[in-house]
Design a protein around this ligand. Structure first.
Ligand SMILES: *Cc1c(COP(=O)(O)O)cnc(C)c1O
Length: 390
């Protein structure tokens, strides 16, 4: 990521107003992360999870990038997300993890969307459609969130005819503690998944593909690969295991423009509640980002920005639209109105910033706000289904 943010500010999609905050998504890094996971998976398929607008960074750009890197199977959460992705990538298999409501089944099937069937009720709904449209089956092996409970699996094993009107190319389960390699639940769930999947024999069908691992599960080793893995967060550079060095390339950077620089005397305070007070003569810079942009209020007094390798601590509270930084120790030439500072990026990645706010990178990314100028780097030019270019 080499383009200077100052150049990008004028070129951002929303036009030429005063520079604010810029979110840069490096699609070349997304593609590199996909290839790294795919190579690690060897003969198993690497699908991609792009729910929540690809974790807040843009489903269209991320999905097209992944498709051009060879990804053929995608997971989203909702039917609406799935319908949008089917329109973008008509060739791809798209699974909706949250399942299907009776009212939407026919439309979903007509557009080729594949629901993940999470209950006996879901199975009944999807079995009522003509033409046996494909779907996935979700076996709950301990997360106790969605999916067929052990008693449901036992019932389906006793009465396989309940699956007779389905076409099931895929059976999934989801791990509870995949980011803790030593946790015994991982192996318990893996064995439960093998047993349950083996007990289900949809009459007259070839063996479905099996899928257990998301990002962290891939790093538990080959016995967790099965036929298909479905990473999401790691494709965007989040670490699959926060206790180990991150093998993924960072794909997200947040920068904000300095609006004002001030010099404070000892005893003066900064921000709402006067929660920070100068104990030395302090130069401050106020930048154009706040909690409305997803820069969490919890980062008040805890977060930092960076400029030219210099750390700029957040002073006092984070406001809705502004953050004030201590720039006393940074070279004056780098901290002037219009200059950009980095809040998420090479010095402090999304996992690190999130940890300082008491949360995880997943939440940080999905909360990045609509007001940010979004800039996509390294995009492959692809023709879209409607003839346009990305
Ligand atoms: C979110 C999700 C994924 C992707 O998880 P990551 O940790 O982001 O890789 C895969 N499968 C299911 C069922 C999910 O809910």
């Amino acid at each position: 990521m080499t383009t200077s943010p100052t150049e990008a500010a004028g070129g951002a999609a929303t036009g030429s107003e005063a520079p604010g905050a810029i979110l840069t998504i490096d699609l070349a890094a997304v593609a590199a992360n996909y290839r790294l996971l795919r190579d690690r998976l060897g003969g198993s398929e690497c699908a991609a999870c792009v729910k929540g607008d690809a974790y807040g960074v843009g489903m269209a750009a991320v999905s097209r990038t992944l498709a051009s890197a060879g990804c053929r199977t995608f997971f989203v959460a909702t039917v609406d997300e799935g319908l949008a992705l089917r329109r973008l990538l008509p060739e791809a298999a798209v699974y909706a993890l949250n399942g299907i409501a009776a009212g939407g089944a026919r439309a979903a099937a007509a557009s080729g969307l594949r629901p993940v069937l999470n209950s006996l009720g879901d199975i009944e709904i999807w079995s009522g459609l003509s033409g046996r449209p494909p779907a996935a089956l979700h076996i709950d092996t301990g997360l106790n969130r969605l999916g067929l409970a052990p008693k449901d699996v036992a019932l389906l094993a006793r009465e396989p005819a309940r699956l007779a009107r389905l076409s099931l190319p895929l059976v999934i389960s989801h791990l509870t503690c995949a980011d803790e390699p030593a946790n015994a639940l991982n192996e318990q769930q893996r064995l439960a998944f093998v047993a349950a999947a083996g007990a289900l024999r949809p009459p007259g069908q070839s063996r479905p593909l099996l899928s257990l691992a998301a990002s962290s599960g891939i790093f538990l080793g080959p016995s967790y690969y099965f036929d298909l893995a479905r990473p999401g967060a790691s494709l965007l550079g989040l670490s699959p295991n926060l206790d180990l060095p991150n093998p993924m390339a960072p794909a997200v950077r947040l920068e904000a423009a300095i609006l004002q620089v001030r010099d404070l005397a000892v005893g003066e305070s900064v921000g709402y509640g006067a929660s920070w007070r100068a104990t030395r003569p302090t130069r401050t810079a106020t930048v154009a980002v706040g909690y409305a942009d997803g820069y969490f209020r919890a980062l008040g007094g805890r977060g930092s920005a960076w400029v030219g390798g210099h750390r700029l601590p957040v002073l006092g509270r984070v406001s809705m639209d502004l953050v004030t930084l201590d720039v006393t120790d940074a070279p004056a030439g780098l901290v002037h109105p219009g200059a950009f500072v980095e809040l998420i990026g090479s010095h402090d990645d999304a996992d690190g910033v999130a940890a300082r706010a008491g949360t995880i990178g997943y939440e940080l990314l999905t909360r990045l706000g609509p007001r940010l100028h979004r800039r996509y780097l390294g995009a492959t030019i692809l023709e879209t289904s409607d003839g346009g270019l990305l």
